[in-house]
Write a protein that binds this ligand. Sequence first.
Ligand SMILES: [Zn+2]
Ligand SMILES: [Zn+2]
Length: 659
Amino acid sequence: MYLCTQFFGKAILNMINITLPDGSVKQIPKGSTALDLAGQISEGLARNVLAAKINGKVVDATLPLTEDADLKLLTWNDTEGKAAMWHSSAHLMAEAIELLYPGVKFGIGPDIENGFYYDIDFMDYEISEKDFPKIEKKILELAKEKQTYQRKAVSKAEALEYFTKKGDEYKLELIQDLEDGEITFYQSGYFTDLCRGPHIPHTGFIKAVKLTKIAGAYWRGDEKRKQLTRIYGITFPKKKELTEYLDRLEEAKKRDHRVLGKELGLFTFSQNVGLGLPLWLPKGAILRERLEQYLKKVQNNAGYQPVITPHIGNVNLYKTSGHYQKYGEESFKPIKTPVEGEEFFLKPMNCPHHCEIFKATPHSYKELPIRYAEFGTVYRYEQSGELHGLTRVRGFTQDDAHIFCTPDQIKSEFNGVIDIVQQIFKAFDFNDVIIQISLRDPKHPEKYIGSDENWEKAENAIKEVAEERGLNAIIEYGEAAFYGPKMDFMVRDAIGRKWQLGTIQVDYNLPERFDLTYIGADNEKHRPVMIHRAPFGSMERFVAVLIEHCGGNFPLWLTPDQAIILPISEKYQKYAENVLHLLKKYEIRALIDDRSEKTGRKIRDAEMKKVPYMLIVGEKEEATGSVSVRKHGEGDLGTFSIESFAEKVNTEISKSLNY
Ligand SMILES: [Zn+2]
Ligand SMILES: [Zn+2]
């Protein structure tokens, strides 16, 4: 009996409990791996496991498990699974390159959002995109060998010895910065790398590869150091997925807002004005103005009050707000005045100005919430390499607003802002919205400003709002700013790309720094909470995302020209003008193509310019006071009286707008 218990006790001691994401618990022998566990569940799953997340940390699926843990198996369907695959692909590409170009040296090779890169010193070898097919072929050859990624802990001395022998000064420099005892190597096939991991079980998962780009990259991002060659690539577990990816890239190229913006005459840039400073052309300005009018109307209905503030502010304003400390060095240099020691800054944010507006008069709790809205233009000095069309610029206009409220009003204010955001997304056909809530890191409450009580109130309010509205939000702990929790809105566009747009951000910091107060029901001074919010983010970024989302086919209510009248000959010019005049009465934006071109040519050109409606007028139409309607991308809709056409357009518009 005694022996038996002991035997039993030991057997249980050698088992560990693994909790899966669905809450179920699996018992496995101590020392088993995540891959073993996957095999227990199903063979099919085991074949697809790329890595594992253990107690929140991503590790090799082949790592022996020694104690009870929470575990998630990661496959290609998980972002972290893809990351493990792509980082492993960087090793594989390095191996292929080392075999083809012996003696090259390696910098760093991380995974990125879509694929991976490796920075390589090619020494005397000449390398260009022409060499890609050769490297890709070698990668696939090695992948077929199902080389395992072997993790090995090494001492600092061993690590230094290995790379000294190999003659790779870049790796040596990286090792110098590491602590002895935390250094690991990964070996796969002929290639050994200094690496923390994690990696996929073996190279056999990599079934398709495309090297996408070659670029120069300074070692450690320092332009005083050597320029290495950065090779970008992407891999997939199926050939079909690579084909689909390349198709999407091709489609994205067609939708590039920089190309379409030029074709549609919306905006331009000039070296003489300066990099990253967009110039809005008449058609673009009309579009932008319409966007602003739309949002102003929505905000007006939601109780926002307009304010206007200057483009610059005294340096002391930004010292109070803390923006000087944050942006001062990296920003445009201060503007001096004839007054000794006086300095102004181009404003990097509108918030400090709005705080001063709040401060200008005393406030009672009865006035709260106060919502100040401004299309405020701000300036930030982005590195020239970071600039990209309208998505990364140096001067941009935020659809900004700041709400000053009591801690108890946070929930209803969040609800109000989300109403606006959802209305907007509907008006632009953004149907796939991803919402992220960023909260405190519960383990480090000392990193955050503001009382525990207030944080809890705000965090609970945001979580409740998300739940009550069924928003299906992703909650990220530890992602909040030091001054408050926030909610971010991302949209997936028509071809599946994710774009960050608006934010709702709670702020306990600025009311403190500006000493903002209101008089409460108790006749005492209280600190308001500030909420920053910008549903579009900025006009520039929003227009860019919108162009790429709709491929230049703007919603009817927004597009610069809603209809184009095409007289089939000069004889009908007068009638075309009558039609134009009538449409104007119905508030429909139209123009006439009065060139002496054939009708077919006029239709083709109107299709190119993406005008939603083409109205063809000739003898029959003039006689009956009608137009022959053709819809962009769809074709003939038949004959309409001017009135019924106008009604059709206006119904279509009010359906998508519903203020
Ligand atoms: Zn690695
Ligand atoms: Zn703000």
